[in-house]
Design a protein around this ligand. Structure first.
Ligand code: OOG
Ligand code: NI
Length: 460
């Protein structure tokens, strides 16, 4: 029996999870605690717990993060993920981030269809090093870095050709599927090859992310993130187990209104044993702290208008914090309480978040329906189901990178930036880069089209 793309994706996520659990045992604790929190919430309020995805989806849900060094490596990653039904969505420029600048640009590979997301939503945040960016690397270092990277090969040809077949046919025969998964997972294991000490240290002075990517001849999964339904509860339970999380939960604050976008927190993984080749050629045992654990809670996707409001609130919170010296959680709860809609209905009415709409069959259809969406919502003609946010937040991503870096690194912001954008990345990938807003808007539009037909009203 052939194995479908979504089954390949689910199996890949599962195997990666098993592999990562043996490499980073604290990850297993995080997964266990997330499942406990989810189970408790499900028992307490099954409907609310599954408002943003079935418990089966949420329990299996993970995102991974990987980092590669060259455009060619990124193109190959794109091919491998295409075989798993995961497509590049969004462009994130972490070089610009206010909190910390990291010499990478990123995208996320994920399923883009509703059905595929529901089957298994595995996504991978993928970052590409930017050696041509003069703010981080001078011409000499760029040259040596590109040379080093051009000599390595991360993905075997057999893996790429199986991925091509999986993409083309939408499935693989059982034996090929097993081989594909085995090679794919192996490509992301931590290597025990000795690391060149001097080279790694030179890159680390620029950025520990640069060293993690360009200082070694292989790549590895950086973290794997389970989804939890109550991240504040998880945070407390992890601390009670003696695992110290970073100070903050990134993203929207804890508050009593609807969950929107994405809240994330992480802990620094323990130092992992790594071997080094020293200047005199000898090999020594040492350790590196580059990988970590992260967990996230997902909320409703915001429209561009909603996102602008969110960004304003983030800026407002920053401003008030500087003025008052108070903590983020406290200030944010206050600002949100004053300025963010407190219910899903209000988000829908003001077009601040994405929903799908269905006709409410219980509604009395004796009178003709109104023609605008806010009226249809207010008068109970349609029901709104939230669309879950499937993407990432650049500021949180920068915060996650930052909280797990050894030091600040060095950069010279007066130097020339490399001009890289989404169009450039699409060219590198030889694939179109999907716009997250388009995907959410299309999903909403499809539902509105059915409402129009059922109610025979224009719905504007
Ligand atoms: C990626 C950091 C970003 C997230 O969840 O925002 C990220 C990395 O550390 O490579 O994973
Ligand atoms: Ni992450």
């Amino acid at each position: 029996m052939a194995v479908k793309q979504w089954e390949l994706r689910a199996a890949f996520a599962q195997r990666l999870s098993t592999m990562y659990g043996t490499e980073v045992p604290a990850y297993t604790t995080l997964v266990d605690v997330s499942h406990e929190v989810n189970r408790d919430l499900l028992a307490k309020d099954p409907e609310q717990a599954q408002r943003l995805g079935s418990i089966a989806r949420v329990t299996a849900e993970r995102h991974g993060a990987i980092r590669v060094g060259t455009p060619e490596e990124l193109r190959q990653v794109g091919q491998i993920f295409a075989g798993l039904g995961m497509h590049p969505v969004g462009f994130y420029d972490l070089r610009e981030a206010a909190v910390s600048a990291v010499p990478v640009v990123s995208t996320a590979f994920r399923p883009i269809d509703e059905d595929e997301l529901a089957r298994n939503p595995f996504r991978v945040f993928t970052s590409l090093l930017t050696p041509a960016d003069r703010r981080f690397f001078n011409a000499d270092l760029q040259h040596r870095l590109e040379n080093f990277l051009s000599r390595r090969s991360l993905f075997p040809a057999e893996l790429i050709s199986l991925a091509e077949r999986a993409e083309r046919d939408g499935e693989l025969e059982q034996a090929d599927a097993q081989r594909f998964l085995e090679l794919a997972v192996r490509s992301f294991e931590l290597s025990h090859e000795p690391v060149d000490r001097a080279w790694y240290a030179e890159l680390e002075r620029i950025s520990s992310v640069a060293a993690d990517i360009g200082g070694v001849t292989t790549t590895h999964i950086n973290h794997l993130t389970p989804r939890v339904l109550d991240i504040d509860e998880l945070y407390e339970r992890m601390e009670r187990r003696g695992i110290t999380m970073i100070d903050d939960i990134q993203g929207p604050p804890r508050w009593d209104g609807p969950d929107v976008l994405l809240r994330q927190t992480s802990f620094r993984a323990l130092a992992e044993p790594r071997r080094f080749r020293e200047a005199d050629g000898s090999v020594t045992e040492d350790s590196l702290r580059v990988r970590f654990g992260e967990v996230e809670a997902r909320g409703i996707a915001l429209t561009p208008h909603g996102r602008a409001t969110y960004d304003e609130l983030v800026a407002e919170v920053d401003r008030r914090r500087t003025e008052t010296g108070r903590g983020r959680a406290e200030v944010a709860a206050k600002v949100w309480g004053q300025r963010f809609p407190r219910s899903e209905a209000e988000l829908a009415r003001k077009d601040l978040a994405y929903f799908t709409f269905t006709v409410n069959t219980a509604h009395d259809h004796a009178t003709p329906p109104p023609t605008t969406l806010p009226e249809l919502i207010d008068q109970g003609w349609v029901r709104a189901e939230p669309i879950v946010y499937e993407d990432f937040l650049p500021r949180s991503a920068a915060g996650i990178f930052q909280s797990n870096l050894a030091g600040d690194g060095s950069k010279d912001l007066t130097q020339q930036a490399a001009d890289l954008d989404g169009e450039w990345m699409a060219g590198v990938l030889e694939r179109s880069l999907h716009d997250p807003y388009d995907l959410y808007a299309r999903q909403r539009e499809r539902s509105l089209e059915s409402v129009r037909q059922e109610l025979c009203t224009p719905v504007t």
